[in-house]
Design a protein around this ligand. Structure first.
Ligand code: NAD
Length: 443
């Protein structure tokens, strides 16, 4: 099929690359010319394992093309995906500016009937708004093309986005038009070849499913963080408790890891947007508000432990920050706990020596540009030289088994604050380290 994907971010670029890998002709459209120029040179503007190969291979074959001209893409496509950002607006709602800008432009340039598929995470009712906007533009120029707007929320995870897209748990199609549903099933068929994974529903339910899904996952994290904080106070070990409850098939093991809070471009904004949607419909969402509150407090939980250990005044202390991205496998730092922790420690007088396997460029460019209190190091060992303690915030694999003897030789204090429970308490004790994990007391 010939398709257009609007937006070449984490979702759009993966979507375009994966569809082209299955033999479709894909036009990727973006307004960011810098990004497009990079892509045309084979440079991927974001870190996502496996994506570079896909993009390069399909670009070379001309199955994947990049342009800033929507008209060029849409001219030959009968399906057009919207995958632009829906950031948090000032009042907590999803800002639909980019989505509606795109809808306006589609209405201005489309020259035949079109299926518009919304992949951006948007509140219930957005498909109606997109359709209305396109229709208004068509009317202005006296054009009468048929347009169907479908909701097809995306569930890929940064860090494993290509694999998630290639082997989705499910493909949700929100539409009441059987013809359109069949076309999309055909497009997605290669991804679900061994196992029927389509879930067809009405548009509103599809739009809502994405929010409910992220809200559920965020709730599990905040719930486990709360359990961890209680464990710590009563002398229980959250790691044992996690195994104990995860073995119940009604609960399951996944997404039960306590830590220093969730971040990223989705959970924080989507939980907030759902709270706002509920509010707009006269419903006060008690659970979601607490999920958010627990998370905001949890991001500062390590700082609380650091203050308890070193006092309120951290002047003269340097901390080794291990990890900056909001999770491993990505360079994305949006809403990352690392940013909150570093800013708070700096406020208390500390200096930071940071290292992350992928997110250093993003950190330097967008978060700590010319910040004299943050020094970026070439590797994890450099960060610990003369440090008062290590703070582990992102559980990258390369932090899993460092050489604690080498570290012990150069660090000022043998202390680790572990925001992701990566180490064995007893082992660290045997190496002479003080260890502060989440939900399992300290040594
Ligand atoms: P992103 O910020 O990485 O990318 C968005 C892209 O859209 C940017 O390249 C931007 O330049 C482009 N854009 C903005 N306005 C445009 C316009 N008028 N025309 C063409 N391009 C335009 O965003 P993302 O992380 O890919 O997220 C996109 C959507 O998918 C959001 O709604 C998000 O909530 C949702 N989502 C994200 C993830 C994720 O893991 N990142 C997962 C599932 C769903």
């Amino acid at each position: 099929m010939n398709i257009t994907v609007i937006g070449t971010g984490y979702v759009g670029l993966v979507t375009g690359a994966c569809f082209s890998e299955m033999g479709n002709k894909v036009f990727c459209v973006d307004i960011d010319n810098g990004k497009l120029e990079k892509l045309k040179k084979g440079l991927i503007p974001l870190y996502e394992p496996g994506l570079e190969d896909l993009v390069k291979r399909n670009y070379k074959k001309s199955d994947l093309k990049f342009t800033n001209k929507l008209k060029e893409g849409i001219k030959n496509s009968n399906i057009c995906f919207i995958a632009v950002g829906t950031p948090m607006d000032e009042d907590g709602s999803a800002d639909l500016k980019h989505v509606l800008d795109v809808a306006t432009e589609i209405g201005q340039v489309m020259s035949h009937d079109l299926i518009v598929v919304n992949k951006s995470t948007v509140p219930v009712g957005t498909a109606d708004k997109v359709k209305k906007t396109i229709k208004q533009e068509l009317k202005k120029r006296g054009a009468e093309y048929k347009v169907d707007v479908v909701s097809n929320p995306e569930f890929l995870k940064e860090g494993s986005a290509v694999g998630d897209f290639m082997r989705p748990d499910r493909v949700i199609i929100g539409s009441d038009n059987p013809e359109v549903i069949n076309t999309l099933k055909e497009l997605y068929f290669p991804f679900t070849i061994n196992h029927e994974r389509f879930i067809i529903m009405d548009v509103y339910s599809a739009e809502m499913t994405k929010y409910a899904s992220n809200a559920m996952l965020a709730t599990r994290i905040s719930f486990m963080n709360e359990m961890a904080n209680i464990c710590e106070r009563v002398g229980a070990d959250i790691n044992r408790v996690r195994e104990g409850i995860g073995s119940d098939s009604r609960i399951g093991y996944r997404f039960l890891y306590p830590g220093c809070g969730y971040g990223g471009s989705c959970f924080p904004k989507d939980v907030k947007a759902l709270i706002k949607t509920a509010q707009d419909h006269d419903y006060d969402s008690h659970i979601l508000k607490q999920v958010e509150k627990v998370n905001n407090e949890q991001k500062l939980y390590l700082v609380k432990k650091i203050k308890e250990r070193f006092g309120e005044d951290l002047y003269g202390h340097s901390f080794a920050m291990w990890g900056l991205s909001f999770k491993p496998g990505t360079d994305d730092m949006r809403e990352a706990p690392s940013v909150v922790i570093i800013n708070k420690l700096i406020k208390l007088g500390a200096k930071i020596k940071a290292y992350d396997p992928q997110a250093m460029d993003v950190a330097k460019k967008y978060y700590f540009k010319n910040n004299p209190h943050v020094e970026f190091c070439d590797n994890k060992y450099q960060t610990v030289e003369g440090a008062s303690a290590i703070i582990l915030v992102t559980e990258w694999k390369e932090f899993r088994s460092p050489d604690f003897d080498d570290i012990g030789a150069v660090i000022k204090n043998k202390i680790i604050f572990d925001g992701r429970n990566q180490y064995h308490k007893e082992y660290l004790k045997s190496k002479g380290f003080e260890y502060y994990p989440i939900g399992n007391g300290s040594t």
